[in-house]
Design a protein around this ligand. Structure first.
Ligand code: MN3
Length: 254
Protein backbone atom coordinates (compact mmCIF):
# COMPACT_ATOMS: atom_id res chain seq x y z
CA UNK A 1 0.00 0.00 0.00
CA UNK A 2 3.03 2.28 0.36
CA UNK A 3 4.36 4.29 -2.52
CA UNK A 4 8.06 4.02 -3.33
CA UNK A 5 8.70 7.51 -2.01
CA UNK A 6 7.31 6.49 1.39
CA UNK A 7 9.88 3.79 1.95
CA UNK A 8 11.46 4.05 5.36
CA UNK A 9 15.21 4.03 6.01
CA UNK A 10 14.72 0.59 7.58
CA UNK A 11 13.42 -0.76 4.30
CA UNK A 12 16.38 0.72 2.41
CA UNK A 13 18.57 -1.00 4.96
CA UNK A 14 16.78 -4.27 4.33
CA UNK A 15 17.33 -3.93 0.60
CA UNK A 16 21.04 -3.34 1.08
CA UNK A 17 21.22 -6.45 3.20
CA UNK A 18 19.38 -8.44 0.61
CA UNK A 19 21.85 -7.31 -2.01
CA UNK A 20 24.73 -8.03 0.36
CA UNK A 21 23.78 -11.66 0.38
CA UNK A 22 20.77 -12.68 2.37
CA UNK A 23 17.85 -11.85 4.51
CA UNK A 24 19.01 -13.60 7.65
CA UNK A 25 20.17 -10.37 9.26
CA UNK A 26 17.33 -8.28 7.94
CA UNK A 27 14.62 -9.20 10.38
CA UNK A 28 17.17 -9.10 13.13
CA UNK A 29 17.90 -5.47 12.39
CA UNK A 30 14.39 -4.43 11.54
CA UNK A 31 12.35 -5.61 14.51
CA UNK A 32 8.62 -6.16 14.56
CA UNK A 33 7.43 -2.74 13.42
CA UNK A 34 9.80 -2.53 10.51
CA UNK A 35 8.98 -6.10 9.53
CA UNK A 36 5.38 -5.07 9.30
CA UNK A 37 6.33 -2.14 7.10
CA UNK A 38 8.39 -4.43 4.89
CA UNK A 39 5.44 -6.81 4.62
CA UNK A 40 3.26 -4.03 3.32
CA UNK A 41 5.73 -2.52 0.87
CA UNK A 42 6.83 -3.51 -2.61
CA UNK A 43 8.26 -6.98 -3.22
CA UNK A 44 11.79 -7.26 -1.91
CA UNK A 45 14.38 -8.71 -4.30
CA UNK A 46 15.36 -12.25 -3.36
CA UNK A 47 17.86 -14.80 -4.49
CA UNK A 48 15.16 -17.31 -5.45
CA UNK A 49 11.65 -16.79 -6.73
CA UNK A 50 8.90 -16.88 -4.11
CA UNK A 51 7.25 -20.26 -3.87
CA UNK A 52 3.89 -18.74 -4.65
CA UNK A 53 4.13 -15.13 -5.84
CA UNK A 54 1.26 -12.95 -4.73
CA UNK A 55 0.12 -9.89 -6.64
CA UNK A 56 -1.45 -6.93 -4.89
CA UNK A 57 -0.78 -4.19 -2.37
CA UNK A 58 0.42 -6.57 0.38
CA UNK A 59 3.23 -8.92 -0.50
CA UNK A 60 4.46 -12.25 0.75
CA UNK A 61 7.69 -11.44 2.62
CA UNK A 62 10.53 -13.74 1.54
CA UNK A 63 11.68 -16.41 3.96
CA UNK A 64 14.79 -15.25 5.84
CA UNK A 65 16.61 -18.52 4.98
CA UNK A 66 16.48 -21.21 2.27
CA UNK A 67 13.47 -23.50 2.52
CA UNK A 68 15.62 -26.52 3.48
CA UNK A 69 17.76 -24.60 6.00
CA UNK A 70 15.75 -25.64 9.07
CA UNK A 71 15.59 -29.36 8.21
CA UNK A 72 15.16 -31.79 9.80
CA UNK A 73 13.51 -29.74 12.59
CA UNK A 74 11.25 -28.14 9.97
CA UNK A 75 11.37 -29.70 6.51
CA UNK A 76 11.27 -28.04 3.10
CA UNK A 77 8.12 -30.09 2.52
CA UNK A 78 6.42 -28.45 5.52
CA UNK A 79 7.55 -25.01 4.32
CA UNK A 80 6.29 -25.66 0.79
CA UNK A 81 2.80 -25.93 2.26
CA UNK A 82 3.07 -23.68 5.31
CA UNK A 83 4.79 -20.78 3.55
CA UNK A 84 3.97 -21.56 -0.07
CA UNK A 85 0.26 -22.30 0.44
CA UNK A 86 -0.96 -21.18 3.89
CA UNK A 87 1.01 -17.93 4.38
CA UNK A 88 0.75 -17.11 0.70
CA UNK A 89 -2.99 -17.78 0.83
CA UNK A 90 -3.49 -15.35 3.72
CA UNK A 91 -1.73 -12.58 1.77
CA UNK A 92 -3.81 -13.34 -1.30
CA UNK A 93 -7.10 -13.34 0.66
CA UNK A 94 -6.09 -10.13 2.45
CA UNK A 95 -5.54 -8.38 -0.87
CA UNK A 96 -8.94 -9.55 -2.08
CA UNK A 97 -10.60 -8.48 1.19
CA UNK A 98 -9.22 -4.92 1.12
CA UNK A 99 -9.59 -4.39 -2.64
CA UNK A 100 -11.81 -1.45 -3.52
CA UNK A 101 -12.46 -0.38 0.09
CA UNK A 102 -11.03 3.07 0.88
CA UNK A 103 -11.09 2.27 4.61
CA UNK A 104 -7.82 0.36 4.21
CA UNK A 105 -6.20 2.61 1.62
CA UNK A 106 -2.57 3.42 2.31
CA UNK A 107 -2.50 1.71 5.72
CA UNK A 108 0.49 -0.33 6.85
CA UNK A 109 -0.28 -3.94 7.73
CA UNK A 110 -0.06 -3.29 11.48
CA UNK A 111 -2.59 -0.46 11.19
CA UNK A 112 -4.96 -2.68 9.21
CA UNK A 113 -4.73 -5.24 12.04
CA UNK A 114 -5.38 -2.66 14.78
CA UNK A 115 -8.32 -1.13 12.92
CA UNK A 116 -9.91 -4.42 11.84
CA UNK A 117 -9.68 -5.77 15.41
CA UNK A 118 -12.16 -3.09 16.54
CA UNK A 119 -15.08 -4.20 14.39
CA UNK A 120 -16.45 -7.76 14.20
CA UNK A 121 -17.69 -6.92 10.70
CA UNK A 122 -14.03 -6.76 9.64
CA UNK A 123 -13.21 -10.28 10.88
CA UNK A 124 -12.25 -11.43 7.38
CA UNK A 125 -9.75 -8.61 6.95
CA UNK A 126 -8.48 -9.07 10.52
CA UNK A 127 -7.92 -12.82 10.20
CA UNK A 128 -5.99 -12.58 6.96
CA UNK A 129 -4.03 -9.46 7.95
CA UNK A 130 -3.07 -10.92 11.34
CA UNK A 131 -2.13 -14.28 9.84
CA UNK A 132 0.00 -12.49 7.24
CA UNK A 133 1.87 -10.60 9.98
CA UNK A 134 2.07 -13.52 12.43
CA UNK A 135 3.66 -15.82 9.86
CA UNK A 136 6.29 -13.26 8.81
CA UNK A 137 7.10 -12.82 12.51
CA UNK A 138 7.21 -16.61 12.97
CA UNK A 139 9.75 -17.19 10.16
CA UNK A 140 11.95 -14.47 11.64
CA UNK A 141 11.65 -16.11 15.08
CA UNK A 142 13.67 -19.07 13.77
CA UNK A 143 17.09 -19.57 12.20
CA UNK A 144 19.33 -22.47 11.20
CA UNK A 145 21.41 -23.52 14.21
CA UNK A 146 19.17 -21.61 16.60
CA UNK A 147 17.65 -22.65 19.91
CA UNK A 148 19.18 -23.30 23.29
CA UNK A 149 19.91 -20.68 25.91
CA UNK A 150 20.43 -17.03 25.03
CA UNK A 151 23.21 -14.98 26.57
CA UNK A 152 23.58 -11.37 27.68
CA UNK A 153 20.64 -9.04 28.14
CA UNK A 154 18.05 -11.59 27.10
CA UNK A 155 19.41 -14.22 29.47
CA UNK A 156 19.20 -11.64 32.27
CA UNK A 157 15.63 -10.69 31.31
CA UNK A 158 14.55 -14.36 31.26
CA UNK A 159 16.14 -14.91 34.67
CA UNK A 160 14.46 -11.83 36.15
CA UNK A 161 11.07 -12.77 34.71
CA UNK A 162 11.00 -16.55 35.14
CA UNK A 163 13.68 -17.34 37.75
CA UNK A 164 15.83 -19.39 35.38
CA UNK A 165 15.93 -20.61 31.79
CA UNK A 166 14.61 -24.09 32.65
CA UNK A 167 11.50 -22.54 34.21
CA UNK A 168 10.93 -20.33 31.16
CA UNK A 169 11.31 -23.39 28.91
CA UNK A 170 8.85 -25.43 30.95
CA UNK A 171 6.26 -22.64 31.06
CA UNK A 172 6.58 -21.96 27.31
CA UNK A 173 6.30 -25.70 26.56
CA UNK A 174 3.25 -26.05 28.82
CA UNK A 175 1.58 -23.03 27.20
CA UNK A 176 2.19 -24.29 23.66
CA UNK A 177 1.17 -27.86 24.55
CA UNK A 178 -1.93 -26.71 26.37
CA UNK A 179 -3.21 -24.35 23.69
CA UNK A 180 -6.52 -25.88 22.65
CA UNK A 181 -7.13 -25.95 18.91
CA UNK A 182 -5.27 -23.57 16.60
CA UNK A 183 -3.20 -20.61 17.69
CA UNK A 184 0.11 -19.09 18.66
CA UNK A 185 2.41 -19.06 21.70
CA UNK A 186 4.35 -15.84 22.22
CA UNK A 187 7.20 -14.48 24.28
CA UNK A 188 6.24 -10.87 24.89
CA UNK A 189 7.32 -7.88 26.90
CA UNK A 190 4.50 -7.04 29.30
CA UNK A 191 4.55 -4.50 32.12
CA UNK A 192 8.34 -4.37 32.16
CA UNK A 193 8.83 -8.14 32.25
CA UNK A 194 8.98 -10.98 29.78
CA UNK A 195 5.75 -12.96 29.58
CA UNK A 196 4.35 -15.99 27.78
CA UNK A 197 1.03 -15.39 26.04
CA UNK A 198 -1.28 -17.57 23.99
CA UNK A 199 -3.60 -16.39 21.24
CA UNK A 200 -6.25 -18.40 19.41
CA UNK A 201 -6.68 -18.68 15.66
CA UNK A 202 -5.37 -15.47 14.01
CA UNK A 203 -5.26 -13.31 17.13
CA UNK A 204 -2.03 -11.46 17.79
CA UNK A 205 -0.63 -9.32 20.64
CA UNK A 206 -0.08 -6.39 18.28
CA UNK A 207 -3.86 -6.05 17.91
CA UNK A 208 -4.02 -5.27 21.65
CA UNK A 209 -0.99 -3.06 22.19
CA UNK A 210 1.29 -6.00 22.98
CA UNK A 211 5.02 -6.23 22.27
CA UNK A 212 5.99 -9.66 20.93
CA UNK A 213 9.59 -10.85 20.91
CA UNK A 214 9.15 -14.38 19.50
CA UNK A 215 6.33 -16.63 18.37
CA UNK A 216 5.62 -20.30 17.81
CA UNK A 217 2.86 -21.34 15.41
CA UNK A 218 0.99 -24.26 16.95
CA UNK A 219 -1.63 -24.67 14.25
CA UNK A 220 -1.54 -28.32 13.12
CA UNK A 221 -0.37 -27.24 9.66
CA UNK A 222 2.87 -26.04 11.28
CA UNK A 223 3.96 -29.53 12.38
CA UNK A 224 1.75 -32.30 11.07
CA UNK A 225 3.87 -33.29 8.06
CA UNK A 226 7.02 -33.57 10.19
CA UNK A 227 5.66 -34.63 13.58
CA UNK A 228 2.07 -35.82 12.97
CA UNK A 229 0.20 -35.63 16.30
CA UNK A 230 3.37 -35.15 18.40
CA UNK A 231 3.11 -31.43 19.08
CA UNK A 232 5.44 -31.76 22.08
CA UNK A 233 8.29 -32.91 19.81
CA UNK A 234 7.72 -29.88 17.55
CA UNK A 235 7.80 -27.52 20.54
CA UNK A 236 11.04 -29.12 21.77
CA UNK A 237 12.64 -28.78 18.30
CA UNK A 238 11.63 -25.11 18.18
CA UNK A 239 13.16 -24.36 21.59
CA UNK A 240 16.27 -26.55 21.20
CA UNK A 241 17.13 -26.09 17.51
CA UNK A 242 15.30 -23.16 15.93
CA UNK A 243 14.68 -20.13 18.17
CA UNK A 244 16.36 -16.97 16.88
CA UNK A 245 17.36 -15.20 20.09
CA UNK A 246 19.00 -12.35 18.16
CA UNK A 247 15.60 -11.54 16.67
CA UNK A 248 14.06 -11.58 20.16
CA UNK A 249 16.81 -9.29 21.42
CA UNK A 250 16.29 -6.86 18.53
CA UNK A 251 12.57 -6.73 19.38
CA UNK A 252 13.36 -6.25 23.07
CA UNK A 253 15.58 -3.31 22.20
CA UNK A 254 13.23 -1.90 19.55
MN1 MN3 B 1 0.68 -21.24 10.23
Amino acid sequence: MQHPKDRSPALHLSRRHVLAGGLAGTSLLLGAKALARAASADPTPRAEPALEPVQGPFVLTPLPWKDDALAPSMSANTLSFHYGKHHSGYVDKLNKAVAGNKKWDGLALTKVIELAAKDPADAGVFNNAAQTWNHTFFWASMKPGGGGEPTGRLADALKTSFGDFATFKKQFTDAASGLFGSGWTWLTMKEGKLAIEKTSNADTPIAHGGKPLLVLDVWEHAYYLDYQNKRADFIAAYLDKLVNWEFALANLAG
